[in-house]
Design a protein around this ligand. Structure first.
Ligand code: C2E
Ligand code: MG
Ligand code: MG
Length: 502
C-alpha cells in the first residue's frame, strides 16, 4: 500500500496500521488532533516487537498531549485573551531580555475608562480596549512590543525615538470609532522609563513606570511623564498626605471659603464661588490644587464632593434675605465626581431636600470632563440646566477640549483661567488670549467670568473687551463663612457711596 494511502487509512481507523514493509502509528492528541508516524521497516517479527511499538506509541501520545498542554499554558500565561496581545508576563520577559537596550518603556492608562465601563456596558468597554490595542499595534508594533498589562493599562516597550510622549499623544489625537457608532474621543496618560543605563529587572521597570504614571495623572491627565527616582519619595509623601486628608475629612476639619462674583458693569455681587479649605492640625493650609487631585485618584473625592455640595447649598440657604434672590453659589465639581452615574440624581435630590432652587446654583466643570462619551455628558448637563442650575466651564483655555465639543455641550458660561488675567500668560500676551476667549464666548452665546482679577486696570480692560463677570483679589479674597455678610455690607456701602458721589 502506498504511503499516502496508509496514512489516510490510519487517520480514518484511528489505530496503528502494521504492514509487512511499513507501519503507521496513530498518536492521538487532545481535541481530536493526531500525530501520524510513518516508518519504513523490515517486517515485524513476533508479538514482542508489536507490543513494544504499542508502548512507544502511547508514550509518544502522552508527549504530544504534554506539548499541546504546554503550548496552551504558554499562550494563557503570555497572551491576553481579550485583545490577543502579549500580557504583563510577556512584557516582563521582554524587558528582562533588553530587546531594545536603549529603548523606552511606557505604561499607558486610558483616562476615564472606568466611567466608560460603568456608564456604558462592559461589552462596550471590551470593544474600546480592542480598538485601542489595534491602534497601538498598527502605529507602534514595527518598533516596539505592545502588551496589555492590566485592565486598561497598556505597556509599550521599544525604540526610544518611537515610544515618546509626543508620539503617544499623536496616536490618541484622532477619535476612535466603536461599533460603527459615534466617534469616541479618548485620552491616555502615560508613565515612561528610559531603559538605558539601568540594570533594573522587568518587574521593577514596570513599577517605576507605574510611579511615573501616577505622578502624571495627578498633575496632567492626557499627558506623559518620565520616571525620576525622586518620584518614589513623592509617592510615599502622597500616601501620608492622603491618610491625613481622610482623617481630616472624617473628623470634619475641612471647610469652605467663599469668593464673591461681581458683575463688572454694575458692580453688583451676583454670586460666590465656594472653595474647599484644609488646615492641617499643625496649622498649615494645604492648597486644594495639591489635595484635590489626590482625593480624585483615591476615590475620596466622591464623598468629599458630596459634602461640598451639601455645605454650599446650606450656606446659600442661610443667605436668604441677605442677598438677592438670583445670587448663585458656584460649586466646583471635579471630573471624578461628575462622571459618577448618579451624580445628577443625587445633586437634584439635595436641591430638593435642602429647598434651594436650581436658579441659585451654578456648577463649575473643568475641560477634562469633555473626555469620554459626549452624548452622556450632554444628557447630564441638560438635566441640570432644566432644573435651573447654570453650568460654567472652569479654567477655560488651559485644557484640551475641542471647540466642537464646547459647542455641543449644554453650557452657560466660560470662566477664563486666571493665568490669562493676572498670571504670566497675561503679561506676555497682554489680554490677547482673554479677549479671544470673550469673542468666542459671544459667538457661542455664553457668558464669561474672568477669574484672578487683581488690579483696577485688569478690571477695566476686561470690561472694555466685553467681559461680563469677574472675580479676584481686587474685589475680595475667598472669605470665611462668618466674614462674608460683613464684606457684603462694606462692599455694598462703598458701592452706593461711589454712585452717590459719582
Ligand atoms: P478654581 O476653581 O479656578 O478657583 C479659583 C482659584 O483662584 C482659587 O484658588 C482662588 O483662591 C484663586 N484666586 C481667586 N482670585 C485670585 C486672584 O486674584 N489672584 C490669584 N492669584 N488667585 C486667585 P484655590 O482656592 O487655591 O483653588 C484652586 C483650585 O482648586 C480651584 O480652582 C478648583 O479647581 C479647585 N477646588 C477648590 N475647591 C474645590 C472644590 O470644592 N471641589 C473641587 N472639585 N475643586 C475645588
Ligand atoms: Mg472654579
Ligand atoms: Mg478656575
Amino acid at each position: 500500500m502506498p504511503a499516502t494511502a496508509l496514512l489516510r487509512h490510519t487517520l480514518l481507523q484511528q489505530t496503528h496500521q502494521l504492514r509487512d514493509d511499513a507501519l503507521c502509528l496513530h498518536i492521538a492528541g487532545s481535541h481530536g488532533s493526531a500525530l501520524l508516524l510513518w516508518l519504513q521497516v523490515a517486517p515485524l517479527a513476533g508479538g514482542l516487537a508489536r507490543g513494544l511499538l504499542q508502548v512507544f506509541a502511547s508514550h509518544a501520545a502522552l508527549a504530544l498531549e504534554n506539548l499541546q498542554l504546554y503550548l496552551s499554558i504558554n499562550d494563557l500565561a503570555f497572551t491576553d485573551p481579550l485583545v490577543r496581545l502579549p500580557n504583563r508576563n510577556a512584557m516582563v520577559v521582554a524587558l528582562e531580555r533588553r530587546q531594545w537596550p536603549d529603548g523606552t518603556l511606557a505604561l499607558l492608562d486610558l483616562d476615564g475608562f472606568s466611567d466608560i465601563n460603568s456608564v456604558l456596558d462592559e461589552h462596550f468597554g471590551d470593544t474600546v480596549l480592542c480598538a485601542v490595542a489595534h491602534r497601538l499595534v498598527t502605529e507602534l508594533s514595527a518598533h516596539a512590543l505592545v502588551a496589555r498589562v492590566g485592565g486598561d493599562l497598556f505597556g509599550i516597550y521599544g525604540r526610544a525615538d518611537r515610544v515618546t510622549a509626543e508620539n503617544l499623544a499623536r496616536i490618541f489625537a484622532q477619535p476612535f470609532v466603536i461599533n460603527d457608532g459615534e466617534p469616541l474621543r479618548l485620552a491616555a496618560t502615560a508613565g515612561l522609563v528610559q531603559m538605558s543605563n539601568t540594570s533594573i529587572s522587568g518587574v521593577v521597570a514596570l513599577k517605576h513606570a507605574g510611579v511615573a504614571l501616577k505622578q502624571a495623572k495627578s498633575r496632567a491627565r492626557g499627558k506623559s511623564m518620565y520616571f525620576e527616582p525622586t518620584q518614589i519619595d513623592a509617592a510615599s509623601d502622597r500616601m501620608h498626605m492622603l491618610n491625613r486628608l481622610r482623617a481630616a475629612f472624617s473628623e470634619e476639619r475641612l471647610f469652605l471659603h467663599y469668593q464673591p462674583l461681581v458683575h463688572l458693569g454694575t458692580g453688583r455681587v451676583v454670586g460666590a464661588e465656594c472653595l474647599l479649605r484644609w488646615r492641617r492640625s499643625d496649622g498649615r493650609m494645604v492648597p486644594p490644587d495639591i489635595f484635590i487631585p489626590l482625593a480624585e485618584q483615591s476615590g475620596l473625592m466622591i464623598a468629599l464632593g458630596q459634602w461640598v455640595v451639601r455645605t454650599a447649598l446650606l450656606w446659600r440657604r442661610s443667605l436668604r434675605g441677605v442677598v438677592d434672590e438670583d445670587f448663585r453659589v458656584a460649586i466646583n465639581v471635579s471630573h471624578a465626581q461628575f462622571a459618577e452615574p448618579n451624580f445628577v440624581d443625587v445633586f437634584l435630590l439635595l436641591l430638593c431636600e435642602l429647598q434651594v432652587p436650581g436658579a441659585q446654583v451654578e456648577i463649575e466643570l473643568t475641560e477634562s470632563v469633555a473626555v469620554g462619551n459626549v452624548q452622556q455628558l450632554v444628557a447630564k448637563l441638560t438635566q441640570l440646566r432644566a432644573a435651573g442650575v447654570r453650568v460654567a466651564m472652569d479654567d477655560f483655555g488651559t485644557g484640551y477640549s475641542s471647540l466642537s465639543i464646547i459647542q455641543r455641550l449644554a453650557l452657560d458660561k466660560l470662566k477664563i483661567d486666571r493665568s490669562f488675567i493676572s498670571g504670566a500668560q497675561a503679561q506676555n500676551n497682554t489680554f490677547e488670549i482673554a479677549r479671544t476667549i470673550i469673542t468666542l464666548a459671544e459667538h457661542l452665546q455664553l457668558a464669561t467670568t474672568a477669574e484672578g482679577i487683581e488690579t483696577q486696570e485688569q478690571c477695566e480692560a476686561l470690561l472694555a473687551v466685553g467681559c461680563e463677570l469677574g472675580q479676584g483679589y481686587w474685589f475680595s479674597r475667598p472669605l470665611a463663612e462668618a466674614d462674608f455678610p460683613q464684606w457684603l455690607h462694606h462692599y455694598s456701602t462703598s458701592q452706593s457711596q461711589g454712585e452717590s458721589n459719582g
